[in-house]
Write a protein that binds this ligand. Structure first.
Ligand code: FAD
Length: 352
């Protein structure tokens, strides 16, 4: 996917627990953020902050190209286990197995189906049927372009705030950078062509200072990824019989806290642990639900609140006290697969 992704300490620790050493490979590809600069849409610097992630949590904020991350993860699997071009359209299960149906007419029989098919999950639709995702009111456009050091110092993230709109510049490593433009818009309709999407983002950001306009203008239309920002309300149960959910299929969240993929890696670690440690599928899946649902529901709610504040002037960006905000961040980032303290819930953590 043509976008940069921020991996945070909790997600990185889970990836390393799943495949020891993989985080070192990711660090070689991505960019470890050392400072974040906040600017106005006119290009004036409001403040620069050094990132304290590494010293506080032992892992950095790592920005990486989503596509590269996917390549690295896929390279850890035997190629023959990945079957592309199979769109799941439903499944049926009984006591002994589950049969998944694909739109190419093929079926697959298995003991367990993990619906990890994103915010518009077909597995969730068959399993829960809770309708379409909730549009949270902002559109996003993203692209990866060649890195230009005059626009973005190495190891820095630039966040620019305009009226009801923001732009991120991210170094995604290996000579590439990503721009991410987001704007509050009532209309979540997608453009019908790449050229139309490019014209739309150029129009929406027409009053921004350089380098934003020229960066968008330079980008090949086919590389611009347009999408509505969506989430869903938290579920009380993810697993039914031989089916469970993982990642955005289970807990799609607004990206304000940058936790969607990070909590997905937590899910993956915990599901593997439960399947390994419990004698039968039902007990394993019940424990997976227990470990994951409350934590991700809290992060989903916080992310939805954060999304509303994203577009407010910088002095009003946090409704929580700095101490409460820091406690929450500690709870999110301290998640450590090597410690049972990770299973503590938010309220228990605060009480400690
Ligand atoms: C603007 C933006 C910025 C973000 N930034 C961050 C960030 O910095 N950090 C972070 O942690 N998260 C971020 N996120 C969230 C993150 O992208 C998601 O949480 C993450 O991609 C979820 O991973 P997933 O594997 O569950 O779903 P996806 O990444 O959506 O993957 C789902 C996969 O399932 C496939 N699929 C879909 N339907 C079917 C079907 N019917 N049959 C078969 N396959 C199917 C898709 O092709 C896709 O490969 C951001 C999101 C947005 C929109």
């Amino acid at each position: 996917m043509g976008a940069g992704l921020g991996l945070q300490p909790n997600g990185l620790r889970c990836l390393d627990a799943i495949k020891p050493g993989i985080v070192d490979t990711l660090k070689c590809s991505g960019c470890q953020v050392q400072r974040v600069t906040l600017k106005t849409s006119a290009g004036e610097t409001i403040r620069t902050r050094e990132s304290t992630m590494m010293e506080k949590y032992g892992q950095p904020l790592l920005i990486i190209w989503w596509w590269r991350l996917q390549q690295i993860l896929a390279s850890e699997l035997p190629p023959e286990v990945i079957h592309l071009n199979h769109r799941c359209i439903g499944f049926e299960q009984n006591e002994n197995n589950i049969v998944t149906h694909f739109d190419n007419g093929k079926t697959a029989q298995a003991d367990l189906l993990i619906g990890a098919d994103g915010v518009n999950s077909a597995v969730r639709k068959t399993l829960i049927g809770d309708g379409i995702p909730r549009y949270v009111g902002s559109m996003s456009w993203r692209a990866v372009v060649n890195y230009q050091d005059e626009l973005l110092p190495l190891n820095e993230v630039i966040l620019m705030k305009g009226e009801e709109s923001i732009v991120y510049l991210l170094n995604v490593g290996e000579g590439n950078m990503s721009w991410l433009a987001r704007k509050l818009l009532p209309d979540s309709t997608l453009s019908s062509t790449f050229a139309e999407a490019k014209s739309r983002v150029l129009r929406e950001f027409a009053n921004w200072m350089e380098p934003v306009r020229s960066l968008i203008a330079q980008t090949t239309p086919e590389r611009i990824l347009e999408g509505p920002i969506c989430d869903r309300l938290a579920l009380k149960q993810w697993s039914y019989g031989r089916v469970t959910l993982l990642g955005d299929a289970a807990h799609p969240m607004a990206p304000s806290a940058g936790q969607g993929a990070n909590t997905t890696f937590e899910d993956a670690y915990e599901l593997a642990e439960c399947l390994y440690n419990y004698p039968d599928l039902q007990t394993a899946l019940a424990n997976y639900d227990n470990r994951r649902i409350q934590r991700t529901a809290i992060i989903q709610t916080r992310s939805a609140e954060g999304e509303k504040r994203y577009y407010q002037p910088t002095q009003q960006t946090n409704q929580h006290s700095p101490q409460a905000f820091e406690e929450f961040q500690n709870w999110v980032y301290d998640y450590d697969p090597n410690s049972d303290s990770r299973l503590k819930l938010w309220q228990e953590t605060v009480a400690v």
